[in-house]
Design a protein around this ligand. Structure first.
Ligand SMILES: *Cc1c(COP(=O)(O)O)cnc(C)c1O
Length: 218
């Protein structure tokens, strides 16, 4: 049924062994964006519970129903967030990986307080300094993390990046890990289907894998 998931887990196991890391230190987020319930179900049936979606609205259409069947699902938002969707995002997701500006941090703070929900957040870093890409500039990250933690009292667990498509991902993973270490943050969200083994070698604690588990997106 879920050969993709099995293969990914085998590859994770190998990458962890080679890196001298424990398998339980790397969490696999099955990225189910643009896959429907029938494709997600077999993966849930294997016992996997950690999933990622990149759009609030799409996730709202799928996951409340799936959660009625599997109450222990953990759902992560890995795509860009608009501040007018902050309330919906806080209500639906367990972890948000894409906090990258003051406005969204403030909106999340307000909703987290209002909903009384303690929530783990990650800061998205634009490691390639690409003008069109979401994420905070690496040079502004320290100040932003301090703002989120000290001024807003948000629970910042780590950093996330999406490397530029035409560059060596390893350089970006290494930079993100170095930044997280310097800031005393434990978690790094990096690595997708094509490069999660490299990300594991460089210290990823969350890998975000879609097509290698579910097949090609239409
Ligand atoms: C879609 C997506 C992934 C998964 O990509 P695959 O190549 O299908 O593994 C990971 N991270 C983010 C932010 C995504 O949007």
């Amino acid at each position: 049924m879920s050969h993709g998931l099995e293969n990914v887990k085998e590859q994770m196991d190998l990458a962890c062994k080679e890196a001298g890391r424990a398998m339980q230190d790397v969490e696999l987020i099955a990225v189910s964006k643009r896959f429907d319930r029938d494709t997600i179900m077999p993966v849930l049936e294997t016992g996997h519970r950690l999933f990622g979606e990149n759009r609030v609205q799409e996730a709202q259409g799928k996951w409340p129903e799936l959660r009625e069947q599997y109450s222990d699902i953990e759902l992560h938002l890995i795509g860009p967030l608009q501040s007018n969707k902050a309330g919906d995002a806080v209500a639906l997701f367990d972890v948000i990986h894409t906090v990258d500006r003051e406005k969204i941090a403030r909106a999340l703070k307000k909703e987290i307080d209002k909903q009384g929900k303690q929530m783990e957040l990650l800061i998205q870093v634009n490691t390639g300094q690409e003008p069109q890409k979401a994420g905070i500039d690496p040079l502004e990250t320290k100040e932003f993390v301090n703002f989120c933690c000290d001024e807003l009292g948000l629970l910042i667990a780590g950093l996330m990046c999406i490397p530029p498509v035409d560059e060596e991902a390893a350089l970006h993973f290494a930079l993100l890990k170095k930044m997280a270490d310097e800031l005393g943050l434990k978690k790094t969200s990096m690595g997708m289907s094509a490069d999660f083994d490299t990300a594991i070698a460089l210290g990823a604690t969350y890998i975000r894998v879609g097509s290698a588990i579910f097949g090609a997106r239409k």
